[in-house]
Design a protein around this ligand. Structure first.
Ligand SMILES: NC(=O)c1ccc[n+]([C@@H]2O[C@H](COP(=O)([O-])OP(=O)(O)OC[C@H]3O[C@@H](n4cnc5c(N)ncnc54)[C@H](O)[C@@H]3O)[C@@H](O)[C@H]2O)c1
Length: 243
């Protein structure tokens, strides 16, 4: 689709951080946002400020995402953004079964439930549309620690690639943003969420599939080379911008 002006755009996890920034940028670009979040108070605060529709939704529950799709009606853009970090941030065996389940249910289940609810409707409408997925740098590079989060984001990126290949040749585009740290409810440090949201929305127009910050690209490539050539993994590191 060309631009989002006049588009109806769903955003999950819109009550805070990157989702809230996506909602604000969409509004500024002339779209009609339909906002979803499990936190009703945060969601309603953003929706009231932006004069947007709000549907309290837990993205890990397929029926709730289906209800969101029904309520939203004819949609042009779907931002599957909601995500969580687990409570246990150690090595795989240090993470509780409950935490593995919850992080995968929200991060991976949220994206899959979104695709299942929205893509058949988008295809049936025949209109040009776009699905924008919030992945993470932790989904294209493997960091030590972090519990279930990184593995869940690897699955999110794989689902995004899978969906993009399956939708190739249709009017439904797919892209995935893979930011490093962003200053949000999830992280005290990092870049401004508004910057990430702007770059993410640009993919709808510029045809980029994945957004990975330039300083992390070499280490992502190096990690893939290590794996393909049988070498042991090493922690990823950014390129030194002064070199
Ligand atoms: N902050 C970072 O450093 C960073 C980096 C890369 C990727 N991300 C990704 O960005 C996305 C947004 O996270 P953020 O950083 O803005 O965090 P955030 O905590 O500020 O916002 C996440 C929002 O998602 C909502 N949410 C949580 N569980 C939900 C559920 N089950 N159903 C619906 N909504 C739910 C929360 O209520 C919250 O409003 C996530 O997918 C996250 O993994 C974040």
């Amino acid at each position: 689709m060309s631009g989002v002006d006049g588009a109806t755009a769903v955003v999950t996890g819109a009550g805070s951080g990157i989702g809230r920034a996506l909602a604000e940028s969409l509004s500024e670009r002339g779209a009609r946002p339909v906002l979803a979040d499990v936190d009703g108070a945060a969601l309603n605060g953003v929706a009231t400020r932006l004069d947007a529709s709000a549907v309290v939704t837990d993205v890990s529950v397929p029926e709730e995402v289906e209800r969101l799709a029904r309520t939203a009606g004819d949609v042009d853009v779907v931002c599957l953004n909601a995500g969580v970090v687990g409570a246990d941030l150690g090595a795989p065996w240090e993470v509780s079964a409950r935490d593995w389940e919850r992080v995968f249910a929200v991060n991976v289940g949220g994206v899959v439930n979104g695709l299942r609810a929205f893509v058949p409707r988008l295809l049936a409408s025949g209109r040009t549309a776009h699905v924008l997925i919030t992945g993470s740098l932790a989904g294209v590079a493997t960091f030590p620690g972090g519990g279930a989060y990184g593995p869940s984001k690897h699955a999110v990126v794989a689902v995004a690639e899978h969906a993009a290949m399956a939708l190739s040749g249709t009017p439904v585009g797919v892209s995935v943003v893979c930011p490093a740290l962003v200053s949000t409810g999830m992280s005290a440090e990092g870049v401004d969420a508004a910057h990430v949201a702007e770059r993410a929305l640009d993919t709808i127009e510029d045809g980029t599939f994945a957004v990975v910050d330039e300083q992390w690209r070499d280490t992502v490539v190096a990690g893939a080379r290590r794996l393909a050539s049988g070498r042991h993994p090493a922690p990823p590191a950014p390129t030194d911008p002064t070199r």
